[in-house]
Ligand binder design. Structure first.
Ligand SMILES: Nc1ncnc2c1ncn2[C@@H]1O[C@H](COP(=O)(O)OP(=O)(O)OP(=O)(O)O)[C@@H](O)[C@H]1O
Length: 275
């Protein structure tokens, strides 16, 4: 198993991520059971799985945050990796721009930070404190913080999981737009089948420590949430998760009717939830 330092020196290779026999156990319980996976450079991939199936464990291993990954696995990742979590992890004592610039240096960092904030729709909020931001705005700032590092690989662990449904839909559009502009490889961990199908070009299902389904979504973007041609993918993913349509609908009953085009919501702009 390569150390993360070794991984960092490997630079950008194709594929962006290559896992071979990746294994992780906790107290003798195997969570990741010899995972083989290539993620080509520039691909937008989503990872679905039940709670506790090991999605975050896999993401942490790829990010180099877990040094106890076992097995004869080989893990290569590109040099610049950014991770976005469900909570924005902004430092409360730093203004928004300073949060975005954390860990960067050089005189060009400040304009890059400002540009990243503008890209996520937070121009003018540079001097705000994190507690003055809504949940959605804080996640926008977290995305700006990851963008400023110009990542070759963006790892996102349920980045929209704590947001209300309308804000989530707007963030889907934003993330996809950012991907189209910068083309990093993306691995998005999510519980939300629709989020995976609308955003990603490939959806993986993690099941009993292995990749149980590896599905390429062949529909052009922007995708419409109610596109009947996405229905077949949805059914296959739900079947792989062992979930019925009814159970899935019950799991997020609060979800509003989605707009047909996520970039052009027909709903009035929602007020993003304050933390
Ligand atoms: N540091 C740890 N020590 C012990 N067990 C752990 C640790 N980290 C994860 N686990 C266990 O590994 C399993 C997978 O956890 P993980 O967080 O990767 O799942 P997940 O698919 O991301 O779940 P969720 O969707 O609920 O976030 C769980 O059973 C969890 O309890």
């Amino acid at each position: 198993m390569a150390t993360h330092a070794e991984q960092l020196t490997t630079g950008l290779t194709a594929p962006a991520v290559r896992l071979a026999g990746l294994t992780r156990s906790f107290d003798g319980r195997t969570v990741l059971d010899g995972i083989d996976l290539d993620i080509p450079a520039g691909q937008f991939t989503a990872l679905l799985g039940h709670s506790g199936s090991g999605k975050s464990t896999l993401l942490r291993a790829i990010a180099g945050l877990d040094h106890r990954v076992e097995g004869s696995g080989e893990l290569s990742a590109p040099a610049r990796v950014s991770v976005v979590f469900q909570d924005s992890r902004l430092l409360p004592w730093c203004r928004v721009l300073d949060n975005v610039l954390l860990g960067t240096d050089g005189k060009e960092a400040v304009p890059r930070g400002r540009a990243a904030l503008a890209e996520v729709g937070l121009a003018g909020r540079e001097r705000a404190w994190p507690n003055e931001l809504s949940g959605g705005e804080a996640q926008r700032a977290a995305l700006a913080r990851s963008l400023v590092r110009e990542p070759e690989l963006l790892l996102a662990d349920e980045p929209f999981g704590a947001l209300d449904a309308l804000t989530r839909i707007r963030m889907h559009a934003l993330l996809r737009e950012l991907w189209e502009r910068h083309r990093p490889s993306v691995l998005l961990v999510t519980h939300d089948v629709d989020e995976a199908i609308v955003l990603a070009d490939r959806v993986l299902v993690l099941d009993r420590g292995r990749i149980g389904l590896d599905l390429t979504i062949e529909r052009p973007h922007p995708r419409q949430y109610r596109d009947p041609l996405l229905g077949e993918y949805r059914e296959r993913l739900l079947a792989a998760l062992g979930v019925t349509e009814h159970q899935e609908a019950e799991s997020h009953r609060e979800r509003p009717e989605p707009p047909d085009d996520p970039r052009n919501p027909t709903h009035p702009p929602p007020q993003e939830t304050h933390q």
